[in-house]
Design a protein around this ligand. Structure first.
Ligand SMILES: Nc1nc2c(c(=O)[nH]1)N[C@H]1C(S)=C(S)[C@@H](COP(=O)(O)OP(=O)(O)OC[C@H]3O[C@@H](n4cnc5c(=O)[nH]c(N)nc54)[C@H](O)[C@@H]3O)O[C@H]1N2
Ligand SMILES: Nc1nc2c(c(=O)[nH]1)N[C@H]1C(S)=C(S)[C@@H](COP(=O)(O)OP(=O)(O)OC[C@H]3O[C@@H](n4cnc5c(=O)[nH]c(N)nc54)[C@H](O)[C@@H]3O)O[C@H]1N2
Ligand code: SF4
Ligand SMILES: [Mo]
Length: 755
C-alpha cells in the first residue's frame, strides 16, 4: 500500500486528494490538506473514484471498426499510420475545414488538450467544438465587449463578501465555488452576511438562503432588469466607480429607467417588494458579488442574462475589490479571443462564428449533413461523449454515421466510440501527468500538476504520446531535434534553461509552423531530461515563462525567486516539485485594472446589441398548450457527475434518475410516486419514473444530467436526456441550448397501474 496525492476529476473544483493505492486500485480516498485551495475538503462523489479508474468499459487496446460494426484490436503503429494517412488525404482533397475537433478535456483533464489542440494546426482547421460552447460562450462574449478581450474572465470572491447572489446555480450539489458546502454554511451562519438564491426550485442551496426568489423558469432577464431598474431609480449606483472606471453608464441607466418593474415582476412571478429588497440589499452592502451558472446559461436570453448579471456588480462598484467580482489570471487558457465581425471565421452551413475561438456543439450535425463541398467530413473526439451529452442524440448519431472518418480518444468505450472508425485508448487521469485549467482564483491563484499514481492500463497511452506520435506519422513533426535535445541535457542548472529557450526561439523563427506544435517539440526534447513520469509536463516550461513574464510581481509575491529572465523556470520547477499543487501568484485587488484589455483601461458598459436585446424582450413569451411542462433537462444531484463514471453501480441513491414533479401536478395526472411515465418533447420521448417533490415549481419537472450510459453495451441506465433536446432549441446568437427550458408533456405508460 502506498500513499499518494492527486485531484478529483469530477467537477471544476478539482479538490486535492490523498489516496491509498493498492495493486492498481484506489483503496482509500481523503481530502488532501496540503492542497492550497481545497485544504482537505471533498464531497461524497470523490469517495467512489475507484469506479472511474477500474471498470469493464475501460479501453485496453487501439480498436478498428469492421464493416459489420464489430471492433478488431490493432497495434498502435497500424492505427496511427492509417489515421495519419486518412487525415492527410482529407486535408489534401477537401482542405483543413473538412476537419473538426470535438471536446479536448472534461472537468479535470486539460493537460491532454495542451497536446490535442495541435491537431487543428496540423489539419489547417479552426473548428473546435466543445462543451464550453454550449454553456459559457454568452458570458465569454459579454466579457469581450465589457473588458476588451474574451480572455478576460470573471470570478467571485464569495468568501469575503457580505452579500451574495446565487443566480441559477446550486453549489450545494454542483459545487463550482471554493469548498462549496463549507462556504455556504459560513454564509448561512453569519447573521451579518446575506445569501440570496434566484432559482425556480427550492434547491439545497435555496434552503440555506436568507432570501429565495423562486422565479418562473427562463424569466431571469425580466427579474435582473427589474433589480437593475430599482438600483438606478433609487440612485444606488456607485457614481464614483462609474466615473473613474467605466464608459457608457448614462446610456445604460437611461435604458434601465424605461423598465416597468411592476410588469416585469409579474412576468417572472416574483413579488415586487422582494425584488426591491434584494436590489437595495445588494447595492447597499459593503462587499457584494454574484455567482451564476447553468440556470441563466441554459435558459432563455443566455447572453443578455450574462450582461445583466455583470451590470449588477458593475453599476454598484463591486469590482476590483475584496468580496466583489474580479478578473483573474490563468496558466492554461481554456478559450481564446475572437471577433465575430471578422471575415473568414464562419462555418459552411450555419455561417456561425466562434466565440472565444469555440464553435457551438448545437450546429455540428448540420455542418456534417451540409450539402456543400465544404462540409465537415472528418471528426476527432477526445474526452467527450457528444452522442449522449450534446443536444439532440439522434441528430448526432445520424450525422456521425455519415462521416468519412471518426476517431475517438477516450479511456472508455463510450456511446460515441461505438460509432467511430478508430478508438484510441487513453491512460486514465491517475495514470499520467494531468492538470486542469480551472484555476480561476483571485487574488491568489494556484496550479496543480498531478503526478501519475499508476502505469497506464495495458496498451493505453497518455494523450501527449498519442498526439506526438500521430504528428510524426503525419510527417509534420521531425522525429529528432539534435541541438535542442543536446542543450536540454547538458545546459548547466545555473543558466535556468535560458540556452534551451533561446534555441527553441531560433527554431521557431526558422520554422514557424513548428511553433504551433511546440508542446510536442518540448515533450520530445526537454521532456527526456525530466523524471520519466513527468516527461509530458515539458510544455509547462513555456506556459510558466509566459505567466511569469506577464505577472512578474504577482509571481514573486507567491514566494518564487528569480530575475525577469529566470522567474519562469523557477515557477516551472516549483510546480513540478509540488505534487499537492501550489500558489503561483498573489495579486492585489487593484490589479484587475491592469488585466483589463480595453486600451483606455475602462469597462465599456454600453453594448448596443444588448440594448436591442433588452427591447426585444418585451415580445418574448413562455407556455404552450401542447407541451404544458417545462423540463429542466440536466439537474445536478448527489450521484451524477457528467459522464465520467460509466458503471451505474457507483450511485448510492437515485439509480433510475427520477423525474421530479410537484405532488399537485402528479395528482392532476393521477400519478403515484414511482409511476413509469413517458416524457415527450417535440423532438423525442423517453420513459422515466416519477418522484414527487415539493421543491419544484408547478408545471416544472426535472431530470438529472449524466445518465443514460450503456454500460457494457447494455440498455441505457436512466434517462437518455438528449433524446428530448432539439439542436434548434437554443439561443439564436450563441447557439447555446435551452436545456433548462425543454417543453414536454407527461403521460402514463399505457397499461401501467393507476394510483
Ligand atoms: N453533482 C454534480 N455536480 C456537477 C455536475 C454533475 O453532473 N453532477 N456537473 C458539473 C458541470 S459540467 C456544470 S456546468 C455545473 C453546473 O452547475 P449548476 O448550474 O449549479 O447546476 P444545475 O443543477 O444544472 O442548475 C443550477 C440551477 O439552475 C436552476 N434553474 C433552472 N432553470 C432556471 C431558470 O430559468 N433560472 C434560474 N435562475 N435558475 C434556473 C435549477 O433549478 C438548478 O438549481 O455542475 C458541475 N457539477
Ligand atoms: N441535456 C443536457 N445535456 C448536457 C448537460 C445538461 O445539463 N443537460 N450538461 C452539459 C454540460 S454543462 C457539460 S460540461 C457536458 C459534458 O459533456 P462532455 O463534454 O461530453 O464530457 P463528459 O460527460 O465529462 O465526458 C467526458 C468523457 O471523457 C472521458 N475521459 C475521462 N477521463 C479521460 C482522460 O483522461 N482522457 C480522455 N481522452 N478521456 C477521458 C470519459 O470517459 C467520458 O467519456 O454535458 C452537457 N450536456
Ligand atoms: S466532485 Fe467536485 S467538489 Fe466533489 S470532491 Fe470532486 S472536485 Fe471536489
Ligand atoms: Mo458544464
Amino acid at each position: 500500500m502506498s500513499l499518494s496525492v492527486t485531484a478529483c476529476p469530477l467537477c471544476s473544483r478539482n479538490c486535492g486528494l490523498e489516496v491509498d493505492t493498492q495493486e492498481g486500485r484506489l483503496a482509500k480516498i481523503r481530502g488532501d490538506e496540503k492542497h492550497p485551495i481545497s485544504q482537505g475538503y471533498i464531497c461524497q462523489k470523490a469517495a467512489r473514484l475507484e469506479y472511474y479508474q477500474n471498470h469493464d468499459d475501460r479501453l485496453r487496446y487501439p480498436l478498428k471498426r469492421q464493416p459489420d460494426g464489430s471492433f478488431t484490436r490493432i497495434s498502435w503503429d497500424t492505427a496511427l499510420r492509417e489515421i495519419a494517412q486518412q487525415l492527410n488525404q482529407v486535408k489534401k482533397q477537401h482542405g483543413g475545414p473538412a476537419f473538426a475537433f470535438v471536446g479536448g478535456g472534461g472537468q479535470g483533464n486539460h493537460w491532454g488538450g495542451v497536446y490535442s489542440s495541435q491537431m487543428l494546426a496540423a489539419m489547417g482547421s479552426r473548428y473546435i467544438y466543445t462543451a464550453l460552447a454550449q454553456e459559457k460562450t454568452g458570458d465569454i462574449w459579454v466579457n469581450g465587449r465589457l473588458f476588451g478581450s474574451q480572455l478576460c474572465h470573471t470570478t467571485e470572491d464569495i468568501e469575503h463578501a457580505d452579500y451574495v447572489l446565487f443566480i441559477g446555480t446550486n453549489p450545494f450539489q454542483a459545487h463550482g465555488i471554493v469548498n462549496a458546502r463549507d462556504t455556504l454554511k459560513a454564509l448561512q451562519k453569519d447573521p451579518a452576511r446575506t445569501m440570496v438564491v434566484i432559482d425556480p426550485k427550492v434547491t439545497e442551496t435555496a434552503k440555506m438562503a436568507d432570501i429565495h426568489l423562486q422565479l418562473r423558469p427562463s424569466t431571469d432577464a425580466y427579474l435582473l432588469l427589474a433589480l437593475l431598474a430599482v438600483i438606478v431609480r433609487e440612485n444606488l449606483c456607485d457614481e464614483e466607480f462609474l466615473a473613474h472606471h467605466c464608459t457608457g453608464s448614462e446610456a445604460v441607466k437611461q435604458a434601465l429607467l424605461a423598465i416597468d418593474t411592476e410588469d416585469y415582476a409579474q412576468r417572472c412571478d416574483v413579488p415586487l417588494p422582494d425584488i426591491e429588497r434584494v436590489a437595495r440589499g445588494f447595492a447597499q452592502a459593503k462587499k457584494a458579488c454574484v455567482r451564476v451558472d447553468l440556470g441563466t446559461q441554459h435558459s432563455k436570453n443566455t447572453t443578455l442574462n450574462g450582461y445583466l448579471e455583470k451590470l449588477l456588480y458593475l453599476l454598484t462598484g463591486n469590482f476590483g475589490r475584496a468580496g466583489g467580482n474580479n478578473l483573474h489570471t490563468y496558466l492554461i487558457p481554456l478559450a481564446s479571443n475572437t471577433d465575430e465581425r471578422k471575415k473568414g471565421l464562419r462555418t459552411a452551413a450555419h455561417q456561425m462564428f466562434p466565440i472565444g475561438g469555440l464553435y457551438p456543439p448545437n450546429i455540428l450535425p448540420d455542418e456534417i449533413n451540409h450539402a456543400g463541398a465544404d462540409r465537415v467530413r472528418a471528426v476527432w473526439v477526445d474526452s467527450a461523449n457528444p452522442v449522449l451529452t450534446y443536444a439532440d442524440t439522434q441528430a448526432y448519431r445520424d450525422a456521425f454515421e455519415k462521416l468519412e472518418l471518426l476517431v475517438v480518444v477516450d479511456i472508455a468505450m463510450t456511446e460515441t466510440a461505438r460509432l467511430a472508425h478508430y478508438v484510441l485508448p487513453a491512460a486514465s487521469q491517475f495514470e499520467k501527468v494531468e492538470a486542469s485549467g480551472f484555476n480561476l482564483e483571485f487574488p491568489a491563484n494556484f496550479f496543480h500538476l498531478r503526478h501519475p499514481l499508476f502505469p497506464p492500463l495495458e496498451e493505453a497511452l497518455p494523450e501527449p504520446e498519442i498526439y506526438t506520435r500521430l504528428l510524426e506519422k503525419m510527417g509534420l513533426l521531425p522525429t529528432t531535434f539534435p541541438v535542442l535535445s543536446l542543450l536540454a541535457r547538458v545546459e548547466p542548472r545555473a543558466t535556468a534553461r535560458l540556452g534551451y529557450l533561446l534555441a527553441l526561439q531560433l527554431l521557431f523563427k526558422r520554422k514557424p509552423f513548428l511553433q504551433k506544435l511546440a508542446s510536442s517539440v518540448l515533450y520530445r526534447t526537454l521532456g527526456k531530461t525530466l523524471p520519466p513520469s513527468l516527461a509530458a509536463a515539458a510544455p509547462l516550461l513555456g506556459l510558466a515563462v509566459g505567466y511569469a513574464t506577464r505577472y512578474y510581481h504577482a509571481v514573486k509575491k507567491a514566494g518564487l525567486e528569480g530575475s525577469r529572465r529566470t522567474l519562469g523556470n523557477a515557477l516551472f520547477e516549483a510546480i513540478l516539485a509540488s505534487p499537492s499543487g501550489r500558489i503561483i501568484s498573489r495579486h492585489d485587488y487593484a490589479d484587475v485594472w491592469s488585466l483589463l484589455k480595453n486600451p483606455d483601461r475602462k469597462i465599456h458598459l454600453e453594448i448596443p446589441e444588448m440594448v436591442v436585446a433588452m427591447q426585444a424582450l418585451k415580445q418574448a413569451e413562455v407556455a404552450s398548450d401542447d407541451f404544458p411542462f417545462v423540463l429542466m433537462a440536466g439537474e445536478r444531484r448527489s450521484y451524477n457527475a457528467n459522464q465520467i463514471y460509466r458503471n451505474p453501480a457507483w450511485r448510492k441513491t437515485d439509480p433510475k434518475g427520477s423525474l421530479r414533479m410537484h405532488p399537485d401536478d402528479a395528482l392532476e395526472l393521477d400519478l403515484a410516486p414511482g409511476a413509469e411515465v413517458v416524457c415527450e418533447s417535440a423532438r423525442g420521448s423517453i420513459q422515466v419514473f416519477v418522484e414527487v417533490d415539493t421543491t419544484v415549481r408547478r408545471k416544472m419537472v426535472t431530470l438529472p444530467n449524466g445518465y443514460g450510459l450503456r454500460y457494457q453495451g447494455g440498455p441505457p441506465a436512466g434517462p437518455e436526456l438528449n433524446m428530448l433536446t432539439d439542436s434548434e432549441n437554443c439561443e439564436p446568437f450563441t447557439k447555446t441550448p435551452y436545456h433548462k427550458y425543454v417543453p414536454v408533456k407527461i403521460r402514463k405508460v399505457a397499461g401501467a397501474a393507476a394510483s
